[in-house]
Design a protein around this ligand. Structure first.
Ligand code: ADP
Length: 446
């Protein structure tokens, strides 16, 4: 059997939903979204920090000075200048517009915080400070539903169909039946590969045995389909590990916890690194500690500012004590050492002391009273490599020429973040490029 549309969007995560909504609003209404899982939202559901954006109306309202060029510079610096400068600039220049666009869809991200690798508050979160994915996905799903955009759930794209050099559709498994979906444009928005251990170790043998924060559908199908259709994959070995993953449940502990003041201590109760450094460096430093893990330690102020923490506590991930000494006992860390660590850290804010590890961001003195800790270690988080695209989100072949009919946006694309992605940049990437590819395809088919 077969069906025909103007455009087919593969994947109902943040990028795919944004693409569909933006295309529809530009007049391209004969479209369909395919989602292999029974739930939509993909890894975007688990996106915990927020959406980085610069020169936004919310920053201006709150007196935060920022610029698109500074955002671009810090993104490239964070990726050690291995990211694609043009795509990075495009992302940053269009980030404020994307924040406005989300606001127009009823998704308001006006609670602005820091993550590692930024010098000004740029990470936009929902008003109540909750994890961004839990606002983003329902908001985008509602917007797609309002427009009557059809989504085929439990529909797995298997292979792109080509006519000569052009992509003309996709073969799918729909409820166990093989079906061909014909389309003038195919948009790949299939996300990453973190749940496919075989593919992870194909590109990074050293990551064998790592836990993953990814949902089970993140099996890298888009990379295989794109490569088979002649697209170039870039920087596939750049698989980001995240430094604060609770290992028993593979729960990602939001970076905003550190941004709000939390510290990382080792099993001896000592800090060992600038917690606000980039994810690659923090992860590497953790692995050098005894046992290869750290305790993420924070006080009641941090707990109250981050609604995700109550959820972690409900899941049994949080150790608690009424004082530093009680917490130290609960986590079997030397109490005097932990107290000395916290005193030294507090001196950064109370005495203006320089931090011995060079931390300058999010240094907030611990208050007396309840103390908390979550045991964390690195986990596989994000594929920064992927399908090579240009600013129009056209998938490119090895010579840099667009493959007719094939577009890509979101985590499935590669080269934007280089060898290290700043926390909060994935959401910016998927929304900016998701919206962009929808508009580009609508224009191309108009
Ligand atoms: P992004 O952040 O780039 O939007 P997500 O992980 O949020 O990525 O979303 C990608 C979505 O694509 C997930 O919901 C995933 O289940 C879906 N997906 C992955 N592979 C396929 C496939 N072969 N067919 C249909 N959907 C897919």
């Amino acid at each position: 059997t077969s069906e025909s549309y103007d455009a087919v969007i593969i994947g109902a995560g943040g990028a795919g939903l944004s693409a569909a909504i933006a295309a529809y609003d530009k007049g391209l209404t004969n479209i369909v979204i395919l989602e292999k899982m029974a739930v939509n939202g993909g890894n975007t559901n688990f996106s915990s920090s927020g959406m980085n954006a610069s020169e936004t109306k919310f920053q201006k309202e709150q007196g935060i000075e920022d610029s698109n060029d500074l955002f671009a510079q810090e993104t490239l610096d964070g990726g050690h200048n291995t990211g694609d400068p043009e795509l990075v600039q495009f992302m940053c220049d269009n980030s404020a517009g994307a924040i406005d666009w989300l606001d127009s869809l009823g998704i308001k991200l006006d609670n602005i915080t820091l993550t590692g690798g930024m010098s000004v508050k740029r990470c936009h979160r929902p008003t109540d400070g909750s994890a961004v994915g839990l606002t983003l996905v329902p908001g985008l799903v509602a917007a797609a539903e309002e427009r009557g955009i059809p989504t085929k759930m439990s529909c797995e794209a298997k292979e792109l169909v080509k006519d000569g050099d052009a992509v003309t559709g996709v073969k799918v498994d729909l409820d166990g039946k093989d079906t061909t979906i014909n389309a003038k444009a195919v948009i790949l928005a299939t996300g990453g590969l973190g749940a496919n251990a075989e593919m992870v170790t194909k590109y990074r043998p050293d990551l064998e045995g790592y836990v993953t924060t990814n949902q089970p559908g993140a099996t890298g199908d888009g990379y295989t389909m794109a490569e088979d259709a002649g697209a170039e994959l870039v920087q596939m070995e750049q698989i980001q590990i995240h430094p604060t993953v609770e290992q028993e449940t593979s729960t990602l502990i939001a970076e905003g916890v550190r941004g709000g003041g939390a510290i990382l201590v080792n099993s001896e109760g000592n800090r060992f690194f600038d917690e606000m450094s980039t994810r690659d460096k923090v992860s590497a430093a953790e692995l050098e500690q005894p046992g290869g893990f750290a305790w993420c330690v924070f006080d009641q102020q941090v707990y109250d500012a981050n609604t995700a923490i109550a959820k972690y506590e409900k899941s049994g991930l949080v150790q608690k004590g009424g004082s530093v000494a009680e917490l130290a006992e609960a986590i079997e860390v030397d109490a005097a050492a932990l107290q000395a660590t916290i005193d030294a850290y507090n001196a950064i804010t109370t005495d203006g002391a320089a931090d011995e590890f060079g931390r300058t961001e999010g240094c907030i003195a611990f208050a007396e009273g309840a103390m908390y800790a979550i045991k964390v270690a690195p986990g596989i988080h994000h594929e920064m490599g992927g399908v090579k695209i240009n600013e129009k989100c056209e998938a490119l072949d090895a010579s840099g020429n667009p493959i007719a009919g094939l577009y890509a946006a979101g985590e499935v694309t590669g080269g934007i973040h280089g060898d290290n992605r700043i926390g909060g940049n994935a959401v910016c990437d998927i929304i900016v490029f998701g919206k962009n590819v929808g508009e580009v395809v609508a224009d191309a088919l108009a």
